[in-house]
Design a protein around this ligand. Structure first.
Ligand code: V47
Length: 382
């Protein structure tokens, strides 16, 4: 009996003119850009294995040969300086309105330095991921002091910090422009920006759940400013807020348009909402299949963003492992000390070890690669 590999069987199936995904297959093979209508075609299909094949083919097309099977993670450490926040986002379980609220906290620079010094794997650390509540005490002067101290004590660690919403807050607090905030912080070691604070780029959902947050135009503009200043950044999409597929597709296309203009996005990260201690209905949660379609769609639409990340803290290590066949090539990191998703009830661990990450990546038939924030390779586990 002839042995037919699953991949060649799927390819044969996609090559048939009668297959609704046939035109998308042609575009992916030719490297042509997919349209919004193509996005709908993909999400309306239940041919999950073909969708995975298309996304993986798109991933391969944009990956240099020598990195073809690489799956990345970074050895990082999260710092959430305070949970006191003036924001009113209804999906947030982390924030506290005032310092008097139960479980409210605010760390001093010295406290943070001591915590990091006590981190057992400090020598291997390559990234600080710093996002926090927005409160007047956390002003530009604080960040200058924090970044200076981090660079003095841990010069080998890259500072990825401050969402666009926090940059906007600091600019308003200090009465200066976002560009001035970024230029100032760059002088003290600010290396790149994380992709948080984007939520879902839909005015409908924003009006319902985060009416006080910066608009999606402002979010994109601030990332554009950072890119023009030579900084790299990431983009997230928080799903499970009651948005529909059109809103998710539009979100991805807004990121793609911005990337065409300023080119500084490294990674796109589809996030999943967790609902404990929030005002969002958990019936909005994405199913497993919707998650896989979302990963695949991100890879297929965002033809100009090099990496797609599954943040295992929110998707779980098992779903993240499967996502590696749906266009994903990054699993984020070791993520010590995460608070935002844990306060909303995620069932993932607080951190994983390198050994666990290497194991799940190898089991997916890929090559585990530890990277730094900017995707320079630190170690290949082949
Ligand atoms: O901006 C808030 C989201 C984000 C909840 O750039 C929630 O490398 C789920 O942006 N359930 C922070 N999510 C996380 C983030 C991120 C994570 C990993 C890597 C990178 C990167 C960025 O978490 C927030 C918000 O969109 N969030 N509340 C919640 N209840």
């Amino acid at each position: 009996m002839a042995v037919v590999s699953t991949h060649s069987a799927i390819e044969e199936h996609l090559q048939k003119n009668t297959n609704p995904l046939h035109q998308i297959y042609d575009k992916v093979i030719n490297g042509d850009r997919l349209s919004k209508a193509d996005g709908f075609e993909i999400v309306n299909s239940n041919d999950l294995l073909s969708i995975g094949f298309l996304a993986d083919t798109a991933r391969k097309r944009m990956t240099p040969q020598e990195r073809m099977d690489h799956v990345y993670w970074v050895h990082n450490y999260h710092i959430n300086i305070t949970n006191i926040c003036e924001g009113t986002c209804r999906f947030c379980a982390f924030s506290r309105r005032s310092e008097k609220a139960k479980n409210a906290y605010f760390w001093s620079v010295d406290e943070i330095i001591t915590q990091v010094q006590n981190y057992p794997a400090l020598a291997n650390l390559s990234e600080f991921h710093i996002v926090s509540g927005m409160t007047p005490k956390l002003n530009l002067e604080y960040y200058i002091a924090l970044f200076s101290a981090l660079k003095t004590h841990f010069p080998h660690v890259h500072i990825k910090a401050l969402t666009a919403a926090e940059i906007d807050y600091l600019a308003k607090l200090e009465g200066i422009s976002c560009e001035e905030v970024l230029k100032t912080l760059q002088q003290y070691g600010h290396g790149s920006m994380p992709g948080g604070g984007a939520e879902i780029f839909s005015d409908r959902i924003r009006d319902l759940l985060y009416p006080d947050k910066i608009t999606h135009w402002e979010w994109l503009e601030i990332h554009g400013i950072a890119h023009r200043l030579g900084m790299k950044s990431n983009a997230t999409m928080l799903a499970g807020l009651g948005e529909n597929w059109e809103e998710r597709i539009d979100h991805m296309l807004y990121v793609r348009d911005q990337q065409d203009q300023t080119g500084g996005f490294m990674t796109f990260i589809p996030l999943n909402c967790w609902y404990e201690n929030t005002a969002v209905d958990k019936s909005n949660a994405l199913t497993g299949i919707e998650n896989l379609k979302s990963f695949a769609l991100s890879r297929l639409l965002l033809d100009n963003v090099p990496y797609i990340k599954s943040y295992w803290i929110q998707h779980g290590l098992k779903m993240s492992q499967v996502s590696l066949s749906f266009g994903v090539n990054d699993l984020d990191g070791t993520v010590t000390q995460e608070k935002i998703t844990h306060m909303a009830g995620t069932d993932s661990a607080q951190a994983v070890t390198q050994t666990e990450l290497v194991h799940v990546i190898r089991q997916a038939g890929k090559i585990p690669v530890e990277r730094d924030t900017l995707y320079n390779i630190r170690k290949i586990y082949d």
